[in-house]
Design a binder for this molecule. Structure first.
Ligand code: FAD
Length: 443
């Protein structure tokens, strides 16, 4: 049997958890006492499936063949591989990308991430939370930048609660060499089955695209802005954010409608725009560097995808972005993908590793939660770029924090439920609705 290798997190996780996961040929070694339930006849892979309707099924799938588990991966794929290896399964991991260690770090493509409780707890369950906590920079609050350059912090939650800014590229350092081969029969298998699935699918591109810019450290080698914050320049219909990196740079992301990006054609267009909207940032970045990065870095689209079911009998399940891509405004895509692994592992435990019944339950129960998260991410698209500047919103936030202090178990602000708890996302929406009504009455 042949195999591939893991993506960003795979080998690091493998090393961290003490599992022997080889990402070149056949992979996770189960404890000798466990007979691998699944065994693959398939050869290894480099699948270039057509991106039909942009559906990202090809991006990540966990497929159970006769007696084996095959995983396409990056984040979620690597983590579920570790979970399954811990359960004693033999796991093959396939990754279509080149070995990232051999690629020059591409600024503008490798966004960093805000990890919160769900992601960290899902890593903790396999003993790997140190991997990100060691690499991450705590962000305790949003730092709002006005047009004039004034800054106002808005804490995320209670004292001590914070998000972790983790640079994806850092996690690539441990990666092993990729060895991609062909997986015969795989493609036709999936598509044939999808026809009989009564498979629901919907997607929505938002009008905005995103472009990354790197704000370098100062000449003295220090952070150019206050470090423990997620910096936001909210401008109602668009915004820019910045997250700190361990090398003392910031990864900044400009979210702007595509039709406005299209208008920024010349150097003058870009400078005029930044002078009007982000003058403090332009001062820090410098005109030359800004123009270089702006015209070099790509503009990416953002899509929200919902689908169901997530499984095909006991043979296949999709997790992570493949099942539920969401717009990035709540910083929950990876957190949710990692939580998929935790939830699936719990359900496998409950069903004594019977994939038939476990995948059915996973598909049914997880769907409402992750679709709720897709909706919440769309909501935060508005909160981040616009509501954070509204006095009514800020007053409400203070009131909700006070009510949370008064009744910590009964009244939990929406952001706290999403980012600092493991309350199922659907319950988060339900609770938030009655809290909003209650809050409005008091206001
Ligand atoms: C601008 C932006 C900011 C974001 N910020 C955050 C944040 O702050 N916090 C957060 O939690 N999330 C964030 N996200 C979301 C996060 O990036 C994704 O949710 C996360 O990467 C999903 O992980 P995944 O493993 O499901 O999929 P992916 O990371 O997409 O991994 C899929 C892997 O499968 C591989 N692959 C694809 N096709 C094949 C094939 N045919 N054969 C073999 N391998 C294949 C790919 O090469 C890739 O490595 C952000 C996203 C964007 C766009």
């Amino acid at each position: 049997m042949a195999g591939g290798r893991g993506g960003d997190l795979g080998p690091s996780l493998a090393g961290y958890t003490g599992f022997s996961i080889e990402f070149c040929t056949a992979v996770a070694v189960p404890p000798p006492c466990v007979t691998a339930k699944y065994k693959a006849e398939a050869k290894a892979t480099h699948l270039n499936w057509p991106v039909e309707s942009q559906f990202k099924l090809q991006q990540l799938c966990l497929s159970m063949w006769e007696d084996d588990i095959l995983i396409e991966e990056a984040w979620a794929g690597a983590l579920i591989a570790v979970y399954l290896a811990k359960r004693g399964f033999k796991v093959d991991v396939f990754e279509a990308r080149k070995d990232p260690r051999k690629e020059v770090a591409q600024r503008g493509r490798s966004v960093n991430l805000a990890l919160s409780v769900r992601g960290i707890e899902s890593l903790r369950a396999v003993g790997a939370e140190g991997l990100v906590t060691a690499l991450g920079i705590p962000m305790h609050a949003r730092m709002i930048h006005s047009h004039s350059g004034n800054t106002t912090p808005i804490p995320y939650g209670k004292k001590g609660q914070h998000l972790l800014s983790v640079e994806r590229q850092k996690l690539n350092n441990d990666l092993l060499t990729a060895k991609l081969q062909e997986l015969s029969g795989y493609k036709s298998y999936l598509y044939n089955n999808m026809k009989h699935l009564r498979f629901d699918f919907s997607q929505e591109y938002i009008p905005h695209g995103y472009k990354e810019l790197c704000l370098a450290p100062t000449k003295n080698g220090e952070f150019a802005m206050a470090v423990n914050y997620l910096h936001i320049w909210p401008r109602q219909t668009f915004m820019m954010i910045a997250l700190p990196n361990q090398d003392k740079s910031f990864t900044c992301t400009l979210f702007l409608p595509f039709d406005q990006f299209d208008k920024l054609k010349t150097k003058e267009d870009v400078l005029t725009f930044f002078k009007a909207e982000f003058p403090d940032f332009l001062n820090l970045m410098g005109e030359e560097k800004l123009l270089e990065e702006f015209f070099r870095n790509p503009t990416g689209p953002m899509v929200s995808i919902k689908c169901k079911p997530y499984h095909v009998s006991d043979k296949l399940v999709i997790i992570g972005d493949a099942a539920h891509a969401m717009v990035p405004f709540y910083g929950q895509g990876t957190n949710c993908a990692f939580e998929d692994c935790l939830v699936l592992n719990g359900i496998l435990e409950k069903h004594n590793n019977d994939f038939g019944s476990a995948l059915q339950e996973y598909s049914r129960t997880r769907n409402k939660d992750v679709e709720s998260m897709c909706d919440l991410a769309m909501y935060n698209y508005i909160e981040m770029r616009s509501l954070v500047t509204s006095p009514v919103f800020l007053m409400k936030k203070k009131l909700f924090n006070f009510l949370h202090w008064l009744m910590p178990k009964t009244f939990i602000p929406l952001y706290t439920m999403v980012s600092f708890s493991q309350i199922p996302y659907k319950t988060v929406i339900d609770r938030s609705e009655w809290q909003e009504k209650y809050g409005e009455v008091i206001l």
